[in-house]
Every structure is written in C-alpha cells, then in structure tokens.
Design a protein around this ligand. Structure first.
Ligand code: PEP
Ligand code: MN
Length: 337
C-alpha cells in the first residue's frame, strides 16, 4: 500500500499517519522529493481501512500495490536511485562502465588491464577472485590472493573494484575491501546470502539468474533492501532460452521494463549474455539505446590464454573502440560518462 501525501503537507501531518500505521505493527518507507511525498507501507496491509486514512490531514490518495516487491518498487520511490561509489555514480543520468577480466590471474595481468580500461574511460574495475565455474575441474579463482591483487590495481588506477562473493564465508573481508559486491547469476536466489548482504553497507550488484523472471529478480533485490541495504544495482546478463548459437539470450526488453517498475539502476553485461567477443559491441550499443544505466564488459590482454571466458573477452584496443561509440550513444540518451 502507498499513501500519496500532498507535496505541501507538514511534518506533523506525516508523523500522524506514520504513528497510525506503526501502531498497527506496519513498517514505513518515506520517500520525499520537491514535488512528492510518499509513505510506502510494508507488511500485512489487507485489514487497513483506506477510508480512515483518507480522513487524515495531508493525505491525497491511498493506493494498493499489486507487485510483491515494495522497497524496489517505483511506486514507493518515484525518483531514480543514484549510488555514489567514491565519486563514481551509478543510476539517474549517469553511465557506469565496469570493465576487466573474468578472473584475476596475476598482478601483471590485472594491473595492465586496469590501466588500459581506465585510460579508455571505464569507471570501475571488475575481476573475479572467487569464480563460480560450471566444472569443478576448471580454474576456481585466486580467492583471497585475487582480492589483494584487485586492491593493488585499485591503488594503481584509482578505479573502484567490483568482484563476486560466492558465500557468506568472507563477507567481512568483502565489506571491508570491495567497493561493489557482485552476486552472480547462480546465487541470485541464495536468500541467506542476500539477507546477510542486506546487513552490509556496500552497494550490491545483483545479476539476473539464469532462468529468473524479472519479478523473481526484483524479489531478490527486495531481500537485500528489506534487510537494510537499499544500494542495489541490477545487472541483466542474458537468460537461458532454446537458442544455442549464443551462450545466453540478452533480454533487452528487461531494461525498460525494470526501469518502469523499479527505481534501481540496471546495467547490462553483453559478455556473459552472448558468450562471444564479436557480439559484445553490438549488444553494448543496443543496451545503451534501450536505456541501460551502464555496462559490465570482460576485457583481457591475452584472451586466447585467459583462464576463464577468453572467447567472450575483448582486447583493450577493442574496448577503446567500444567506449568511443558508447560515449556518443550515452550523449544521445542524455547520460554522463
Ligand atoms: C562473471 O561476472 O564473471 C560471472 C560469473 O557472471 P554470471 O554470474 O553472470 O555468470
Ligand atoms: Mn566471466
């Protein structure tokens, strides 16, 4: 349920409505801007009498919210969420570009790639230290050593770092050392992990599950937000369909759908969505044109020898070309890069 207050209502009027609802054991989410004042109501609202609420001073409308996600819902918060990561902004009229290798492999590798993507205009460095691989015999990541190397690359370039967490085991280390904590597609519905991440103070990049509907994906965001962390960034990374020529199928329509339904930023990962380096540029361009708030792109200085996802990684010089085009499209969309 949401209560639309008159934008000119007084603090006291808001307080009286809040008290009435809290007295019934309901949670409150207040969202206030220059032209709106909205009280989102969390909890079991079926028994609430809308007519009674309409009699409170300052209340304009009382609306039922159909969707099961509340805090992630644009009805609860009409303005875009903008997340500030050490001055690099995600959401609103900003375009965030996260680039780097699938896996951190060595100090030389991560520092060389970090420097080159920064030079081309990336705003974040990505790199996996803990890797969710389909086969237990494949490279599993450098784990804690990989995190240390990411920190070195951050120091060398100033780029904030994004890396995937796989379980709650190292959550304290991630909260301390990582700028944006990534939840991979395979963990999108690891609800215990989501709840624990909801108690941290770091932004969470939540990838869409391999076969997750948009509503399931937004409900996973809701888990993190309900536990207290409202800094969630969604990432469309392709979904599983009957098509086998590409690794996954990029669901481009998810971008405008999510932007209509939610205030959270949504970025696109054309690398995992397609599985092939030559599809990264066209899909990146399509994503920006569809209104994405950013991109996550795998870049490797020697893709043939990459320890994971080499076939979908682009080289630093190709990344530069992609960025030159992305810059033009971003301007057309009114986004700052
Ligand atoms: C990754 O970003 O390297 C990754 C494993 O992505 P996803 O969870 O989307 O498969
Ligand atoms: Mn990868």
């Amino acid at each position: 349920m949401i209560i639309v207050m008159n934008p000119k209502c007084s603090e006291d009027e808001v307080l009286k409505v809040k008290r009435e609802l809290e007295g019934k054991g309901l949670g409150i989410h207040l969202s206030q801007g220059e032209t709106f004042c909205i009280i989102g109501v969390l909890g079991e609202t079926r028994a609430i009498d809308s007519n009674k609420l309409l009699r409170f001073q300052g209340v304009d409308k009382v609306l039922k919210v159909e969707e099961p996600y509340k805090k992630a819902n644009r009805l609860f918060k009409p303005e875009d969420t903008v997340i500030d990561v050490k001055g690099s902004l995600i959401g609103g009229n900003n375009l965030a570009v996260m680039a780097g290798p699938c896996s951190v492999e060595s100090e030389e590798q991560i520092i060389e790639i970090a420097k080159s993507v920064k030079e081309s205009g990336a705003t974040f460095l990505r790199g996996g230290a803990f890797k969710p691989r389909t086969s237990p015999y494949s490279f599993q990541g450098l784990e804690l050593e990989g995190l240390e190397l990411l920190k070195k690359a951050r120091k060398a370039t100033g780029l904030p770092i994004v890396t995937e967490i796989m379980s709650t085991d190292y959550i304290d280390v991630f909260e301390r050392d990582v700028d944006v904590i990534q939840v991979g597609a395979r963990n999108m519905q690891n609800f215990d992990l989501l709840k624990q991440l909801g108690k941290t103070s770091k932004p969470i990049l939540l990838k869409r599950g391999l076969s997750a509907t948009i509503e399931e994906w937004l409900m996973s965001a809701e888990y993190i937000m309900a536990a207290g962390n409202e800094n969630v960034i969604l990432c469309e990374r392709g979904i599983r369909t009957f098509e086998t020529y590409t690794r996954n199928t990029l669901d481009l329509s998810a971008i405008p759908v999510v932007k209509r339904k939610s205030h959270l930023p949504v970025i696109v990962d054309p690398s995992h969505a397609s599985g092939y380096w030559y599809l990264v540029e066209p899909l990146a361009k399509a994503a920006i044109s569809a209104g994405a708030d950013g991109l996550m792109i795998e870049v490797h200085n020697n893709p043939q020898c990459a320890l994971s996802d080499g076939q979908q990684s682009i080289k630093p010089e190709s990344f530069k070309r992609v960025m030159d085009k992305v810059r033009i499209l971003a301007e057309m969309e009114g986004k700052k890069l």
